[in-house]
Write a protein of this length. Sequence first.
Lengths: 96, 96
Amino acid sequence: MDDVFKALADPTRRRILDELADRDSQSLFEICARLTTKHGLGLSRQGISQHLAVLEAAGLVRTRRQGRYKFHDLNTEPLERILNRWLRPDVPESAQ
Amino acid sequence: MDDVFKALADPTRRRILDELADRDSQSLFEICARLTTKHGLGLSRQGISQHLAVLEAAGLVRTRRQGRYKFHDLNTEPLERILNRWLRPDVPESAQ
DNA sequence: TCGATAGGAAAGCGCTGACTTGCCTATGAT
DNA sequence: ATCATAGGCAAGTCAGCGCTTTCCTATCGA
C-alpha cells in the first residue's frame, strides 16, 4: 500500500500508466518508443525499465514473459483501494 | 494535480489526512498532539506545519483562520479526480 | 502593556530517489 | 555457431525532500 503512493509520486511513472491505459500488453521497447515520440520524454531504456519495476512492485503493473519479450499490463486494483481510505464509503461497491 | 500525488507520497502526510478524516477543524497544535499520542509520531511542530503546507498547496486540506488559530479541514475533491485518470468511467457520476 | 501562546520563515543536514553508464544474461534469426 | 535483440544488474552522480533548529510575527489574556 505504501508502495502504491510512492509509485504514483513520479510523473514519468504516471505517464507510463497513461500509456498502458491507452494500449495494453506493451513491451519495454514499445513503451520507450511511445514515450519518446508521443510525449517527448528523452529517457534511457534503463530509466524506464526501473520505473516499470517500481510500478510492478506496487502491483500497478502486471507482467508476463513470452519468449524474449516481457509484456506489461495495467492493473487498477490498487488504485481503487486508495480511494476508500479517505473518500466516504458512499462510493458504490461497483467501483471497487 | 502533480502536487496531489507528491503530497500523498509521504506516509506522515497520509496520517495527517487520516486524522483530519477522523475529526475536522483541528488546529496545528491539536494535530501535533494527536499524532504523537495516537500514532506515536515524534515529530517537531515545524515538521507537521510544513506537511500541512504541502497538503494545503495540493488542495487536500482547506484552512481558515480564526483569531490566532488556524483550523484545517480535509478536502477530498482532488482525490476524486484521480479516479477518472485510470479507472474506467464506469464509476458513476455520484462518486465524483 | 507585557508576557504567553499559535503560527510562519529560513537555513542547514542527511537520506532517498531518479537517471545514466557500463557490463552481463537469454532468446531468436541467419 | 554467431550475431543481433530484449531485458536485467550494479555502481555512481546529482537534485529534491523531510526534518530540525533558530529566529520572527501576530493574537489573546493578565
